[in-house]
Ligand binder design. Structure first.
Ligand code: SF4
Ligand code: SF4
Length: 392
């Protein structure tokens, strides 16, 4: 992977290559054509030269803005990002029912040597056979002979870090050259997961993709700092704080500010905002090298105020109060996929469907008075009712 290009490219070049690279898709994909039209019509200042940071003990040099491909329907958007110097693409076995890896595979065809590919095993996989099957399937789907970072998906505590069969499978795959580095992902109980990676007596996992944004508890930043100092490569996800519609707040969105906020922490190697189209790509890539300033803080404060009544940070603190074991944090995450910037009802429903029925708001129907309490003031009963009507 030493041949990764790290040369900068100005915005005019980006627009030019993006347009040329998508000429055929303009005919076939109206959504993409719309995006490109917006791109062409927009102002054209130069984009900054991409910045790169080292991903902990892996030694990989990542563009500070990586590509979260979870919601990207067109390979051309990913390809345009690669042309711009973005060199880290994150996908997962389960996104889009398995199709997302196919899209990423098409995007990197012919330029595989320019990017690092990260994907994830299925959340329920833990046996040797499960893990090997997941990785082999991902390799086939991506059309690649190796995965740069394979991640255990969606850890909510430290237990899965220490499963012997999982480690044996990953060690075997590494020996076979099919994977290079191993990591984990977490958006709940992040501090426990990060600390477990550091306290592992036989440090096995090299990276952590962790929910980290302006609304994260200070303890998450402390744990990130500790993990990074121990050599764990840190990648931030969900930096956009749900990406909720901000049209009521005026013309300037808070999303660049949110991304800058995550990247101002030098312990974070990269953030991987989800980018659906060229407009989002342009907005996010432009952030590389921009400082986080006073105006950014004000924008984030206004945005945080606007979403305070319904933004859940998935801390899970309320769940102990529910006598029926409803997984309120996961239900809220699924609802965010439906109603936040993701606007992806199938992802929302798939996330919701991962829960056993008893852990869904189906359990709330005949519950007399919600006993679960949110320290952030969210009306849990109302959220569960909303989730039931939208997702079940
Ligand atoms: S509803 Fe509140 S307490 Fe429950 S997970 Fe969300 S933020 Fe945490
Ligand atoms: S209404 Fe509240 S306490 Fe009752 S089952 Fe639902 S989340 Fe749990």
């Amino acid at each position: 992977m030493d041949c990764l290009e790290t040369k900068g490219m100005n915005r005019r070049t980006f627009i030019k290559t993006g347009m040329v690279g998508t000429a055929t898709a303009l005919i076939a994909a109206p959504a993409l054509a719309d995006s490109l039209q917006q791109l062409a019509e927009s102002e054209r200042p130069s984009l900054p030269k991409p910045l790169y940071r080292t991903l902990g003990r892996t030694g990989l040099k990542l563009s500070v803005v990586g590509f979260g491909a979870m919601l990207t329907p067109e390979p051309e958007v990913i390809r345009a990002a690669i042309d711009q110097g973005v060199n880290y693409i994150d996908t997962a076995r389960v996104y889009m029912g398995g199709r997302n890896e196919e899209i990423v595979g098409r995007a990197v065809r012919g330029v595989r040597h320019k990017v690092y590919l990260a994907t994830k095993t299925r959340p329920e996989s833990s046996t040797k056979a499960d893990i090997i099957r997941d990785v082999e399937t991902s390799l086939r789907t991506l059309g690649s002979d190796h995965i740069d970072v394979i991640q255990l998906h969606n850890l909510t505590g430290k237990e899965r870090i220490f499963v012997t069969e999982t480690r044996e499978a990953l060690a075997l795959l590494k020996k076979q050259g099919k994977i290079r580095f191993c990591g984990v992902t977490t958006h709940k109980n992040e501090v426990e997961v990060l600390n477990a990676l550091v306290d592992d007596p036989d440090p096995f996992f090299d990276t952590c993709l962790v929910k980290y944004n302006y609304k994260s508890e200070p303890a998450v930043a402390v744990a990130i700092g500790r993990a990074a100092s121990a050599g764990v490569g840190i990648i931030a996800m969900k930096a956009m704080i749900g990406g909720y519609d901000t049209s009521g707040l005026g013309r300037i969105t808070p999303y660049q500010a949110a991304l800058k906020w995550a990247l101002q922490n030098p312990k974070v190697t990269a953030a991987i905002p989800g980018m659906k189209d060229m407009a989002q790509l342009r907005e996010d890539v432009a952030v590389m090298g921009m400082p986080f300033g006073y105006a950014d803080r004000r924008r984030l404060e206004r945005y945080a105020d606007a979403i305070a009544a319904f933004y859940c940070n998935f801390c899970g603190a309320c769940e102990a109060g529910c006598p029926r074991g409803v997984e309120i944090s996961t239900v809220n995450r699924a609802l965010m996929y439906a109603e936040g910037g993701y606007r992806d009802l199938s992802l929302a429903r798939a996330t919701y469907a991962e829960l056993p029925l008893s852990a869904t708001p189906a359990s709330c129907v005949d519950c007399r008075g919600c006993a679960a309490r949110c320290g952030n003031g969210i009306d849990i009963s109302a959220k569960m009712e909303r989730a039931r009507s939208v997702l079940s």
